[in-house]
Design a protein around this ligand. Structure first.
Ligand SMILES: *Cc1c(COP(=O)(O)O)cnc(C)c1O
Length: 372
């Protein structure tokens, strides 16, 4: 399955490997549609809100919009992208737990209703600008088994939950939902179960305190298939759908998939700029790296590399083209006879690649091409 998927991604990309100029992310429209449809079919009770940060490209947003996907934003620029898209702003969720006052004003002026909070300070800030906002509380859940944990920065602890409830009561703010994020590329289905159960307990607490809970936001984290051992969206659905069935109909359930919707739609083409032998290590330097969209690979994130050159594979230390020592992306298998100017395909990079890239040190960030 994984091999077939990789072959398919290389197939829609390979035309761009001819007359190679510079790194390029090739994104398949058909795959974007397929991913959105598959997510919705697996989780019929869950309304998907694409996490715009995963890939804010205008055409990608409009394809998801056509598919009936809603959106989740974190900044003024992402709010503006929603206005340009013509999204109905009451379905746009402002999920960044810490928002500047000016961005809250911008959101409020443009019709955003729902705002994430995880601290009393954020409730106070929103109350002063948009007293009729609907708030959803981000709680801390386990991020164990996620390739890119997010629980270190955000999420209220049980004590923090009490503090947010207290201030909402005091300021007469509507605390109407609960959210969590299990960490990105999460392969541990239990994290969602734990989050859903914790949210249910908070709904009971909220109702007892006179609030009217109406939203459960399951966040993001749905993984791509790198090894084939990752749970598929259907595997995740098989575990969480029964949990969701236990919720009253008055609770709207949504999720914020980013990587899942766009990741497997994009394949990066890159080129080897040089190889080097340093003592016992063989190094391969690509024309793109940490600064050029491969930041995640530097953190032991799973990745797939397929060279156009065939032959016996060996282990290489992979690095980007810049003069910075942070620009190293771990060990990977490539043919032992790899040489400068070999073309390398990297499937599953539709998310968090181009949007995280810059042209540091004069090396161009990958451009993006859409294909059918
Ligand atoms: C980044 C993010 C997402 C998307 O996460 P993925 O792992 O790409 O699915 C969803 N919600 C919030 C609040 C985020 O910050």
């Amino acid at each position: 399955m994984v091999e077939e998927d990789v072959r398919e991604q290389i197939a829609f990309t390979s035309a761009y490997a001819k007359n190679y100029q510079q790194p390029m992310l090739v994104v398949s429209r058909e795959r974007l549609r397929r991913n959105a449809q598959r997510f919705m079919a697996a989780l019929p009770r869950v309304r998907p809100h694409f996490a715009v940060k995963a890939n804010p490209d205008t055409e990608i947003l409009s394809i998801f919009h056509e598919q009936g996907t809603c959106f989740e934003v974190a900044s003024i620029a992402e709010i503006d992208a929603m206005l340009k898209l013509g999204a109905s702003m009451e379905t746009v969720f402002y999920s960044n737990p810490i928002k500047s006052p000016v961005s809250i004003k911008h959101a409020a002026a443009n019709g955003i209703v729902w705002y994430c909070v995880d601290t009393p300070e954020e409730v106070e800030k929103i109350a002063a600008i948009k007293p009729d906002a609907k708030l959803y509380l981000r709680i801390k859940v386990s991020n164990e088994g996620s390739s890119w944990p997010l629980a270190g920065k955000f999420g209220a602890s049980p004590k923090g939950v009490d503090a947010v409830i207290e201030i909402c009561k005091k300021l007469d703010m509507q605390l109407s939902g609960v959210t969590f994020h299990v960490g990105s590329q999460c392969t541990n289905v239990n994290n969602w179960v734990e989050g859903i159960r914790a949210a249910k307990a908070i709904f009971t607490q909220l109702s007892a305190q006179g609030f009217s809970p109406e939203l459960l936001n399951l966040g993001g984290g749905y993984p791509l298939q790198f090894s084939g051992q990752e749970p598929s969206i259907e595997d995740i659905a098989a575990v969480i759908n029964p949990e969701l069935d236990l919720l009253p109909d008055s609770i709207q359930v949504m999720a914020e998939p980013g990587r899942y919707l766009v990741g497997s739609a994009g394949c990066l083409i890159s080129q080897v700029v040089g190889i080097a032998t340093r003592d016992d290590d063989r190094w391969v330097y690509l024309d793109t790296g940490f600064y050029g969209g491969l930041m995640e690979l530097s953190q032991n994130f799973p990745g797939t590399l397929v060279s156009q050159r065939t032959g016996e594979a060996g282990v290489w230390t992979m690095a980007g083209p810049t003069c910075d020592s942070i620009d190293v992306m771990g060990r990977h298998r490539l043919p032992v006879n790899t040489k400068a100017e070999d073309i390398i395909f990297m499937p599953n990079l539709g998310a968090y690649c181009t949007t995280c890239a810059c042209d540091f040190n004069g090396f161009p960030a990958p451009s993006m091409r859409m294909v059918d």
